[in-house]
Design a protein around this ligand. Structure first.
Ligand SMILES: Cc1cc2nc3c(=O)[nH]c(=O)nc-3n(C[C@H](O)[C@H](O)[C@H](O)COP(=O)(O)O)c2cc1C
Length: 464
């Protein structure tokens, strides 16, 4: 019997097909890579649906495109074996249990090897997602490299613009490990050996977004923690790199030192065309892939596929930072509509004045993208933006409940960040009720009253 690697994209597709068959959409009709795959997923989203989509018949290509694998909280939660409401906590706990990796002798991507002049990235079904995009973009490329100083590796998403048969523009704008590793390589006068790995399990993608972890830990060990078992890696042929053994496609090459070229515009998670980029260049030297490889593409722009992983991982990371100091923090929500990055809503059981301000300072300092934090009491539903707005409208005294911190390092692609320094003013809003005696009392309707009301309405034949 054919065994399916549970740590792979295929393992995930099998999991969805067997446990959530209505959440897997196979499209057999022909689609074009130009705009069509992206607009199809946005149409599904407009209809309130977010299944995994497999485009089986891509014009001009024999390779199918898999997309929207991360656009659904229920499916992502099921990867961790929990209900959607518990996903941030589960992610927070598991991402701290680092498990050493297992090195296997051969990757599933070792079936087809293309090298030298035969390397031709234009043969891959790379979608051109928005009309404003400068070119087709690889959006699900997990770029892996080793720190030239310590040898510890990292993996993370970086957008990759198709520039030629063996050339991709790459933006390292999140300025985390990969940006720093490349800077260190440049300091030594070297290009950075790197591999682009396409077609991984969603838990890989979630683990790759962890920011706060000790420098001697490998991200692959964090991903192992999410799987609850050693992550299986195999050596590929560049820079002694190890990459996920179950991946679909591996592109080996290097990020050039001291060379820059225009990259972008690209439809970013902010909902805007992004012209800002670190403008680096990746040169491909070898492609390895499964014989029947899937091409995985993340839907760009403000799609759930692009944003949901950021929401969940930030919720987990902020909760992690806050719980260390403030045990009465309850939950964190990073909404999709605030781009899965720029705003966090935190609920707490406030015991004394000043606590929410302490929490908001800590949350604002967790990482560079989070620029607004709203603190609410535990009676406010942090997943209901109307309830959050009610708390802001009725509990905030602006002169003392809003703090602003100007000149803080921020996201390059945040359109409000300073175009030269890339800094923003971070803001915290304390929308918790004051502890002073006699502050207004919230209106409530008890569960008994609600049950009685429902029976009155039902007896009038009005169905709720
Ligand atoms: C779908 C998606 C696309 C992303 N694209 C980029 C990108 O183009 N450039 C970038 O620097 N970070 C991007 N990020 C964020 C990084 O992947 C993230 O910050 C990661 O932790 C960086 O890994 P590193 O520490 O190895 O640099 C993206 C994140 C997601 C979820």
């Amino acid at each position: 019997m054919l065994t399916i690697d549970n740590q792979s994209l295929r393992g995930f597709l099998h999991h969805v097909e067997t446990r959530f068959p209505h959440e897997l959409l196979r499209i057999k009709g022909q689609v074009d890579t130009h705009l069509e795959t992206t607009s199809a997923v946005f149409e599904l989203d407009h209809a309130g649906k977010s299944p995994v989509v497999i485009f089986e018949n891509v014009a001009g290509h024999s390779m199918p495109i898999v997309t929207n694998i991360a656009g659904n909280r229920t499916l992502l939660a099921s990867c961790l074996g929990v209900e959607p409401a518990d996903i941030a906590d589960a992610f927070r706990e598991r991402s701290q249990k680092h498990i050493p990796c297992e090195l296997v002798s051969k990757g599933a991507w070792d079936e087809v090897v293309i090298e030298g002049d035969d390397v031709d990235l234009t043969k891959l079904p790379i979608p051109h997602q928005f009309s404003v995009d400068a070119a087709p973009y690889i959006t699900a490329g997990q770029v892996t490299a080793r720190d030239p100083v310590t040898g510890i590796d990292t993996t993370g998403f970086h957008r990759l613009m198709l520039k030629g048969k063996n050339k991709l523009g790459i933006s390292l704008h999140s300025r985390r490990r990969m940006y720093e590793f490349h800077r260190r390589a440049e300091e030594q006068g070297q290009s950075l050996p790197a591999a682009i790995v396409i077609g991984n399990h969603p838990l890989h993608y979630m683990g790759s977004m962890v920011y706060a972890y000790p420098p001697n830990v490998r991200k692959f060990e964090i991903i192992g923690g999410l799987f609850g078992e050693p992550y299986r890696l195999a050596k590929c042929g560049v820079g002694d790199l190890e990459v996920p053994a179950g991946a679909e496609i591996v592109i080996e090459g290097e990020i050039l030192a001291n060379e820059h070229e225009p990259e972008g515009p690209f439809g970013e998670f902010t909902g805007y065309a992004s012209y800002r980029s670190t403008q680096n260049i990746f040169i491909a030297k070898r492609i390895r892939m499964r014989r029947d490889a899937y091409f995985h593409s993340v839907v760009a722009g403000m799609s759930r596929d692009h944003i949901l992983i950021s929401c969940i991982t930030r919720e987990g990371e902020i909760l992690n930072a806050l719980r260390k100091n403030i045990p009465n923090v309850k939950a964190v929500h990073v909404p999709h509509k605030t781009c899965g990055a720029f705003m966090a809503i935190v609920s707490m059981k406030k015991v004394s004045e000043g606590e929410p301000k302490m929490a908001m300072l800590s949350a604002l300092g967790t990482e560079l993208y989070t620029k607004y934090v709203v603190m609410v009491d535990e009676d406010v539903d942090i997943y209901d933006m109307e309830d959050v707005m009610w708390a802001i409208a009725t509990r905030v005294r602006a002169e003392k409940d809003i703090i602003m911190v100007p000149g803080v390092k921020s996201a390059i692609i945040d359109p409000t960040s300073d175009p030269v320094t890339f800094t923003v003013t971070k803001m915290g809003i304390d929308a918790t009720a004051p502890t002073e005696a006699g502050f207004a009392e919230r209106l409530t309707i008890s569960d008994e009253q609600r049950a009685r009301a429902r029976s009155i309405l039902e007896s009038a034949n009005f169905s709720l």
